[in-house]
Write a protein that binds this ligand. Structure first.
Ligand code: ADP
Length: 500
């Protein structure tokens, strides 16, 4: 709506400007023509007056002496005829009392000229317009005084026609030019405003958050510059919004992570107090029993055995929690060195074999000669823990297979058992501190639910990963479990401080 009004406003303004120009021009030209015609006429009439005066005066002086009035009365008709021939105008002569003494067109109907005549009789020039004729009355001077009045009838027809033609021309050309100008102006401004409309649409789209891929207009004038400006503005806003959104996402992720961490920490503390209370309650109960039945030897031995078991569990737990806490909170200093995995695995298998045999579990291995850059003690801890689980959660007559190999830049170790396996829903949780699939089974075997959490922390400190491998059993509880460990073959410079 505004665009249309701009179009019309501009066109009307242009038309008004042109109208004023044409008006001023025509007024000036027409006024000039009129002045020019007037000047020419006056000059001619003055000339004719002078000639008339001269010839009549000459005739009067050369004729026998007679008073001016009778002279004019007798010769007036002749004079007016002569003067008319000479000037080409209709000439009327009056004597000094205003009586007509000669008329070059005697049969023409005379005009009422009394006023002008009396004026001219006083020695002044008088004009009187009659239709398209101008009656010019001028005194006729005798040798001593005014003899009478000469009246020339000057035709204005040509002048008026010429003036009208020019005025008509102005009117015609003025109208045509004005109309053409309005149409051309309208078309031109329509083009200009269509560009403004395009820019307006672009601005509207940006306002709605639909950013533009390129300048909405390609021109080399100010509108083109404006279009470029709108495009840059759009890109800038888009970049800012994208940056803001990515910052927001990052922030949200950080907040989520913090909240999760806080939640984990709360749970961790809750778990610690719970897990500590159980062995402590047990120890307390056994010590009370010992006090109550101080002379029952068997009872005493049993109580001492249990108290020792629970104290061992507590010690283990304290040690594990401390290690976990240290790993989480501080940049734990590793003693990184070249570790031959094959040798290390054989050593760990050797240490665990007796235990495995006790459970009726057989250990087999397929080992390659691979060397790692790692903290030996941590790797031993990791492998002992995993192997211990593979024995603990196995079945009598079951087996454990340990293998290692090299993948591009990584050393892979797999520990596979034929034990009770891990249900699908527990797979994501087993690495959480204190999580156990079956509390009783875990407790029976001296488990705390901290082993895998610590293993995971230690592996991650080595830039390694641990995962529980899927098999093709789908949703069913798998037979046994396979853990895959992956370590970088060489340490990265960015992690130097962790590993040195
Ligand atoms: P725990 O001290 O109870 O063994 P872990 O952190 O080592 O604690 O393991 C967490 C839980 O994961 C165990 O309680 C057990 O339920 C399950 N789990 C770990 N390893 C195995 C395995 N090889 N086979 C079956 N279940 C396992």
């Amino acid at each position: 709506m505004t665009a249309v009004s701009i179009k019309i406003k501009f066109s009307l303004f242009l038309a008004a400007l042109l109208l004023v120009t044409i008006l001023v021009l025509s007024i000036v030209v027409l006024r000039g023509i009129k002045d020019e015609q007037q000047l020419r006429m006056e000059k001619e009439l003055l000339q004719q007056t002078r000639i008339a005066n001269l010839s009549i005066k000459q005739a009067y002086l050369t004729s026998p002496p007679i008073a001016a009035q009778p002279f004019l009365r007798t010769r007036g008709q002749q004079f007016s005829m002569d003067l008319a021939v000479y000037s080409g105008l209709h000439v009327v002569l009056y004597d000094n009392i205003g009586k007509k003494v000669g008329d070059s067109v005697p049969l023409s109907s005379p005009y009422e000229v009394e006023n002008a005549l009396s004026y001219a009789l006083q020695g002044k020039i008088a004009y009187q317009q009659e239709g398209q004729s101008l009656l010019y009355l001028t005194p006729l001077q005798g040798p001593e005084s005014q003899m009478g009045v000469i009246q020339f009838q000057y035709s204005l027809t040509n002048d008026i026609r010429f003036y009208d033609t020019i005025a008509g021309l102005f009117l015609f050309t003025g109208t045509v030019v004005l109309a053409a100008n309005f149409i051309l102006g309208y078309l031109y401004f329509q083009r200009a405003t269509s560009a403004i409309i395009v820019l307006n649409h672009a601005a509207e789209r940006i306002r709605r958050g639909q950013f533009i891929e390129s300048p909405p207009l390609k021109r080399k004038d100010e509108l083109g510059q404006l279009s470029q400006g709108i495009y840059y503005m759009s890109s800038e806003i888009q970049n800012n919004i994208t940056a803001m959104k990515s910052e927001e996402t990052k922030l949200r992720k950080a907040v989520d992570k913090l909240q999760k961490l806080e939640q984990q920490q709360k749970q961790f503390i809750g778990n610690i107090s719970h897990e500590f209370k159980t062995p402590l309650t047990s120890i307390k109960a056994y010590s009370e029993l010992m006090e109550l039945y101080s002379d029952d030897r068997d009872m005493h031995d049993d109580a001492i055995h249990h108290i020792q078991l629970e104290t061992d569990r507590l010690t283990d737990m304290v040690e594990m929690i401390l290690r976990l806490a240290i790993l989480e909170k501080y940049d734990f200093e590793f003693q990184a060195e070249s570790v031959n995995i094959q040798e290390l695995l054989l050593d760990v298998i050797g240490r665990m074999r007796a235990n495995a045999e006790r459970f009726g579990v057989n250990i087999t291995h397929r080992l390659e000669d691979v060397t790692l850059w790692a903290d030996r003690e941590s790797v031993v801890h990791i492998l002992m823990n995993l192997l211990d689980n593979a024995i603990k959660y196995n079945v009598p007559g079951g087996s454990i297979t340990i293998s290692n190999r090299v993948a591009p830049n990584r050393a892979i170790i797999e520990i596979s058992d034929t034990g009770i396996g891990i249900p699908l829903e527990a797979r994501d949780k087993i690495f959480e501190p204190f999580y156990t699939v079956n509390k009783d089974r875990s407790r029976q075997s001296g488990g705390t639910g901290l082993g895998l959490a610590l293993v995971k922390q230690l592996i991650e400190k080595h830039n390694g990963t641990i995962e529980l491998i899927d098999d093709d059993l789908g949703n069913r509880v798998r037979q046994g479990a396979t853990f895959r460990l992956s370590f970088p073959l060489h340490h990265h410079s960015s992690n130097k401080e962790d590993l040195l």
